[in-house]
Design a protein around this ligand. Sequence first.
Ligand code: UDP
Length: 330
Amino acid sequence: MKRVLITGAAGFLGSHLCDRFIKEGFHVIGMDNLITGDLKNIEHLFALENFDFYHHDVSKFIHVPGELDYILHFASPASPIDYLKIPIQTLKVGSLGIHNCLGLAMSKGARLIIASTSEVYGDPQVHPQKEEYWGHVNPVGPRGVYDEAKRFQEAMTMAYHTYHGLETRIVRIFNTYGPRMRLNDGRVLPAFIGQALRGEDLTVFGDGSQTRSFCYVDDLVEGIYRLLMSDHADPVNVGNPDEITIGEFAEEIIKLTGTDQKVIYKDLPKDDPTQRQPDITKAREILDWEPKVSRSEGLKITYEYFKSLPEEELYKKEHKDFKDYARQNK
Ligand code: UDP
């Protein structure tokens, strides 16, 4: 049985990846420090013989007994609100965390894939974004801690590939949504659906003309699986090119939820990208992959998930005590 380590296993993407690798017959070792992840996302796996979980912060030395065939480094805060609250930890998991994962991959002879992001393109001046575009990033702005950690992570991974001959893969993930997103993580989809469910107005930042392109999680997981199994070491965009303005997206959520609330406008956060759309030519050619789930289908499933959560989840302001965590892990 092949063995895979998934860091960030209790998070939104990590937990879906655990499910997928279990389904493919792997022995899955999940690792998470549970600061933004939640054990609820993987509790259904604990009874399985081919699933283990380590409560560990990957910014510290990682020890995993036994063999490993693959490592997926998916641990990281991933919403603008989270990385404003825990900026140092965001930098550490992308730098010290990847260094530890790469060292582990070397010692086990494992292939490693990292979760990179469309944020490496910053506020892009090229549209849609191709892998060859180097980006337009403000290193000292509020998003800098995430963007630069992910850029460093790509550089470090590529250096291990080039200088040590390690088998590595880099997936650049665009906005993704689906069940198990955190309702209170500040990202636009849980924010809008949470507001609709609580009977609040939907908060559009800026004039709503900025664009995003949303990919359903099952499509993303399929793309990641194919990339990991491919022989392609250069970065590959995985996302859904179906682009929409945030203003139109708010209207779609109002329709979907049937809420009679309206849209209100708030200040646009600093360095908020004005446009984002993946060019997925590479993924189509190399992985024979493209998204299959339309936004209307994906949103329906996601809305059902959020509706099924206990009501108190809707009113939880913060997932965890970030302040205590940040104090202990400076
Ligand atoms: N946004 C918004 N209202 C909210 C939350 C987010 O209008 O309540 C906007 C945000 O300014 C950005 C877009 O929605 O332009 C996507 O934000 P998100 O935080 O989901 O991800 P990003 O792509 O910016 O990392």
